[in-house]
Design a protein around this ligand. Sequence first.
Ligand code: AMP
Length: 190
Amino acid sequence: MLNIVLFGPPGAGKGTQSQNLIEKFGLIHLSTGDILRGEIANGTPLGVEAKKLMDKGFLVPDEVVIGMIANKLDLNQDAKGFIFDGFPRTVAQAEALDQLLSSKNNAISGMVALEVNEEELEKRLLIRGKDSGRPDDQNPAIIKKRVQEYTTKTAQVANFYKAQNKFYAVGGIGSISEIFESIVNVVTQL
Ligand code: AMP
């Protein structure tokens, strides 16, 4: 199985590059942000609770997203592999993911980290907010909070995969196709 963690701060291009990767490698895309927005759109109790945190730029609790991923792994037993997009976002989530995969005799193949500076991220997110209508992309204060959550809780997840020799950094500035080519160079070696 090919299991990729696509990593990077909000606005780094994870969603866009995930779409390219699932097409090229025939993988299943698991985005916890998309799953949560689906719960919100369906008005589920989980969605109602998650929205309160997401609209403020805070992470939702680990057990919520871990449960969602466990469920998706069970539902896709025959998959060739997965792209994890926006997950894991804490070390506890990364540990839980390792356990979930090893219980199925699987493992993460590698983390691909998209590197983009903060100024460029804010610019991209404000543009995305206009097109996507995502409330958390439209307010500079909330974007700042999300970047802060990334810096304090998520950035360390890179060290978790570095310690396993599974970390690969890719420059996230340039054209979508150039960046995709760099990602493919990494992924084909995994
Ligand atoms: P995203 O679409 O990945 O930018 O996620 C949007 C929002 O959903 C985040 O700002 C968090 O509030 C929440 N979220 C998504 N994935 C996770 C995760 N793995 N852990 C905690 N919160 C998450």
